[in-house]
Design a protein around this ligand. Structure first.
Ligand code: NAD
Length: 499
């Protein structure tokens, strides 16, 4: 049987790349090769940008309500194919079916928001800024926008980007993660089926070379990137050096503060889901529990609960988590776990060497719990991106806040407490962009924006919501005066008579 080749979406149709460089897409639970993804040629990337540039001329003229109608049909199709998309996603990422459905759903919500584009594009007006003069702003699209996405949310993150960008009147070139391109490909098929005109969306595949070509291409106006911190720095520097508008959502180290008055069972349930769900491969996963005072007594209970978690393949409805994405990712996580042990952190539970009967070749890696972690340890300083929870014990809320504010990342955090005053202090003083109060993973819905801070975000305007509309558009401010004959006659001293 021949292996499925992932096509490019180029010039309005799915077509096979001429590239010889290909990467196998494997099911992380079985190593079965699901497909091969091409690394697009230089000529193909140029064609994608050229087609998007050409399509922009007519798409920007499409009335905003008509663009919104495409998004409405797209939203309908995504919902109708929700299970199918989740199955494709689960097979190529290893996520459980429930988790995969959540990934798709969070993307659908952004498309729903894009259906409201006419309202989102409203400008502002001030009448009579001077006698008879009005000033108003109009919001216009930029041109060709580019999205570069990570492996861990192959539905949600492409859907953070291209629907809003395109609804704003731009055209878009998507470069999905080379590790799981099947989900975005199916999503793009549904987008065309929804009535999106040819060429408003192009998809090229590849890695660094293809991305660098897009970052430096003279016809690309804006770059939206989500991925690891070192790559984000490269994208931000190169993109802005080439005078592009750039937003980069990068890595994280998310803390949950547990106050002694928090409900113990709530803390345990929420910490487990937030640290081990999706095998810890979420940018908003909690990877550090900051235990204040007596809450350190929860550690043995956490260890016992970690022991109960069962891994499984995507359609095992009792599985708490699936395999990690690749052997390479697994090796890196194992190496960091060993580093933590060597550096003196206490390993309270080590489930890293687990296996799933019948699926012995899978990239399985079970939960690991450390206590006594110090800020200078490598496991604290680096993003692990696996099901590893670090416990740090402190005496006061002030100490917890100081520890977290010294951390270079600032994506998400949370506090579990029964005290409104503690929560209010935390919310006010913490230098992190997304805060949960008795909510472990505070990802905002799309009418807000996804507002990571510090090293977790490079740029000014964030993903989705009003900020994304600003990111994907320019504001034009018009100052207008109309000469009215009656007004001219009533103010003769101010008019110049033309002969
Ligand atoms: P990654 O940085 O390895 O890859 C992301 C994208 O960049 C991919 O499309 C990849 O092809 C491309 N890429 C990789 N190396 C490149 C290079 N040298 N030059 C140019 N492009 C390159 O990230 P990943 O492993 O796919 O995803 C996981 C990371 O993404 C984690 O660090 C996670 O925290 C982060 N993430 C952040 C958010 C957020 O909102 N802050 C959301 C999801 C994921």
């Amino acid at each position: 049987m021949t292996t499925r080749q992932i096509p490019l979406l180029l010039e309005g149709r799915f077509q096979e790349s001429q590239s010889r460089e290909r990467l196998a897409i494997r099911n992380p639970a079985t190593q079965e090769v699901l497909a091969e993804v091409p690394f697009a040629t230089t000529e193909e990337v140029n064609r994608a940008v050229a087609a998007a540039k050409e399509a922009f001329k007519s798409w920007r003229e499409m009335p905003a309500p008509a663009r919104a109608r495409v998004m409405l049909s797209f939203q309908h199709l995504l919902k109708a194919h929700h299970d199918e998309l989740a199955e494709i996603l689960a097979k190529e990422t290893g996520k459980t079916f429930a988790d995969a459905k959540g990934d798709v759903w969070r993307g659908i919500e952004v498309v729903e928001h894009a259906c409201n584009i006419s309202t989102l594009l409203m400008g502002e007006t001030v009448e009579n800024v001077a006698g008879g003069i009005d000033t108003y702003s109009i919001i216009q699209p930029l041109g060709v926008c580019v999205g570069i996405t990570p492996f861990n949310f192959p539905a949600m993150i492409p859907l953070w980007m291209f629907p809003l960008a395109i609804a704003c009147g731009n055209t878009f070139v998507l470069k999905p993660s080379e590790q799981d391109p099947m989900t975005p490909t199916r999503i793009a098929e549904l987008f065309l089926e929804a009535g999106a005109p040819a060429n408003v969306l192009q998809i090229v595949h590849g890695g660094r070379d293809q991305v660098d070509q897009l970052l430096t291409h003279p016809d690309v106006h804006a770059i939206s990137f989500v991925g690891s911190a070192p790559v984000a720095e490269h994208i931000y520097r190169t993109g802005t050096h080439n005078l592009k508008r750039v937003q980069c959502f990068a890595g994280a180290k998310n803390h949950m503060v547990v106050m002694p008055d928090a409900q113990p069972q709530q803390v345990i349930n929420n910490l487990i889901g937030a640290s081990c769900g999706a095998a810890g491969q979420r940018c908003m996963a909690i990877s550090v529990a900051v235990l204040v005072g007596e809450s350190k007594n929860l550690i043995p209970h956490l260890a016992a609960s970690f022991k109960e978690l069962r891994p499984g393949v995507w359609n095992d409805s009792g599985a708490a988590y699936g395999p990690v994405i690749s052997q390479k990712a697994k090796a890196r996580i194992l190496e960091l776990i060993e580093a933590g042990k060597k550096e003196g952190a206490k390993c309270e539970f080590d489930g890293s060497h687990i296996n799933v009967p019948g699926y012995e070749t899978g990239n399985w890696l079970g939960p690991v719990l450390f206590s006594g972690v110090k800020a200078d340890m490598r496991i604290y300083q680096e993003e692990i991106f696996g099901p590893v929870l670090l416990c740090m014990e402190v005496d006061t809320l002030e100490e917890a806040i100081a520890l977290m504010n010294a951390n270079p990342f600032g994506n998400g955090c949370s506090i579990f407490t029964a005290s409104g005053a503690a929560a209010r202090k935390f919310q006010h003083e913490i230098e992190v962009g997304q805060v949960g109060i008795n909510v472990p993973i505070p990802v905002p819905l799309p009418f807000f924006s996804f507002t990571g801070w510090k090293k977790s975000f490079l740029g000014d305007l964030h993903a989705y919501g009003k900020q994304a509309v600003r990111f994907y558009t320019e504001t034009k401010t018009v100052t207008a005066r109309w000469f009215d004959e009656d007004i001219a006659h009533s103010a003769p001293n101010m008019t110049i008579q033309l002969k």
